[in-house]
Design a protein around this ligand. Structure first.
Ligand code: PFF
Length: 433
């Protein structure tokens, strides 16, 4: 069977940005920034995105496009018998991340529904406690999985690409609108200061460093073969380094703008002490409090805009997580898309019931799969691309000389990237035990 292809470069770009831009850019980025001292975290994060994330992104795209296979097959083709196990880790990561990602996305859908039908909650904390886990959370998680499965059933062009073409521009406009509104609030300046002015003392803090590293991988959808899989549907002539740079730039840009919306809102209403610390739920409780302060009508409108944007971001990312598992089942087991999507989607939905019932298990899965596995997967992938991978067949024809396998970025993949990631992993292990 002919492998599916994106219908245009713009389609690929928006789908890849759709994967990268997700809950990570708004929910995770905001609480990590708050928790890790603001500007210093943002600065380290930029460095990680462009110096560590970008080369790995390029490697994923190159491996995918060069082999036109999903992770397990691609690593086997370029690396021989030992490497497909890394592809197995990728699929496992996609499976586990989607299971809890969908629960958080489910909260988001619930917020949209409740805001639209009954306005802002009287007590945001009590409201969040009421929806975060239990039977209701399971229901919204399953609803979100249904949307994800329906999109992936449509395939690369008619499902994934078409959705991204419509939703991503809408998301950009909504976020820009939110940031512009936030700028009009009295007291916004304090939010900007916290967010953008680095406290240089924090730069040497190893916890801030590891948080920035794992966030860069999570946000760019790296370390689990999502970009590799999307790259495998890419046409021969797309210039990979430029594509990778635009994807990383867009992902960072969206996180930056999301922060420009979130922090002024939180600081303008004196809620800054509430966002750091309590991690997972922080944004879901603090922001609605800020919306409340804006008054019922404006607050509901701004709240709806925010949570609709968040739901859109989550959906276009979730489909890439599912696509990794689906593409691998199609390639490795020869299943048709329909059967693979229904089986993988059903299984992931079932596993997601656990994090929907317990926030503690959700946090644990995020630390394990969303942080540890991705950084570990990224490290191995960098080593693979830097040292072990054979050039993809016909690579000489596909890539302009000096651009890809011989380019200077490969030097980054050989030593600096693995060393930095190894350090991050050691720190992780120390914190875990
Ligand atoms: N990049 C997504 C986000 O920032 O929310 C999450 C994600 C999607 C991670 C796909 C990994 C992945 F393969």
């Amino acid at each position: 069977m002919q492998r599916e292809r994106w219908s245009s470069r713009l389609g690929f770009f928006l789908a890849a940005v759709g994967s990268a831009v997700g809950l990570g850019n708004m929910w995770r980025f905001s609480y990590l920034t708050a928790e890790n001292g603001g500007g210093a975290f943002v600065l380290l994060y930029v460095l990680f995105v462009f110096l560590v994330g970008l080369p790995v992104l390029l490697a994923e795209l190159a491996i995918g496009r060069g082999t036109r296979r999903s992770p397990v097959g691609a690593l086997a083709e370029l690396g021989g018998s030992a490497w497909p196990a890394l592809g197995g880790l990728f699929v496992l990561s996609g499976f586990l991340i989607l299971a809890y990602y969908s629960v958080i996305a489910g909260w988001t859908l619930r917020y949209v529904f409740d805001l639209a039908t009954s306005g802002l909650p009287a007590d945001a904390g009590a409201y969040f406690d009421g929806i975060v886990d239990g039977g209701r959370a399971v229901g919204w998680h399953l609803g979100f999985m249904l949307l994800t499965v329906a999109t992936v059933l449509g395939g690369v062009r008619r499902g994934i690409e078409r959705l991204a073409l419509v939703l991503m521009p809408a998301l950009f406009v909504m976020l820009a609108g939110l940031a512009a509104y936030a700028a009009t609030l009295d007291g916004a300046a304090e939010g900007y200061r916290f967010y953008l002015a680095p406290d240089f003392a924090q730069l040497g803090n190893a916890d801030v460093l590891t948080a920035a590293a794992s966030q860069a991988f999570f946000s760019l959808s790296l370390g689990m073969g999502a970009m590799l899989t999307y790259g495998s549907y890419l046409s021969d002539d797309a210039p990979l380094p430029r594509q990778a740079l635009s994807i990383a730039g867009a992902d960072f840009g969206v996180a930056l703008v999301a922060g420009l919306a979130v922090f002024p809102m939180i600081f303008a209403f004196g809620l800054s002490d509430q966002i750091g610390g309590s991690a997972v739920g922080a944004l879901f409780v603090t922001l609605p409090r800020a919306f409340e302060e804006m008054g019922a009508v404006v607050g509901t409108a701004v709240g709806l805009l925010f949570f609709v944007a968040l739901a859109i971001a989550a959906l276009t990312s979730a489909i890439s997580l599912l696509e990794v598992v689906v593409a691998t089942s199609m390639d490795a087991l020869g299943w048709p898309r329909r059967g693979a999507t229904l089986a993988a989607g059903g299984l992931i939905a079932a596993v997601g019931i656990l994090p929907a019932l317990s926030v503690d298990s959700l946090s644990l899965m995020d630390r394990l799969a969303g942080e540890l596995f991705l950084v570990f997967g990224g490290l191995l992938l960098a080593v693979f691309a830097g040292w072990f991978a054979r050039s993809p067949r016909e690579a000489g024809e596909r890539e302009a000389p000096g651009e890809l396998w011989r380019g200077s970025w490969k030097w980054l993949l050989r030593l600096p990237v693995p060393l930095v990631l190894a350090y991050v992993l050691v720190r992780f292990a120390q914190n875990l035990f």
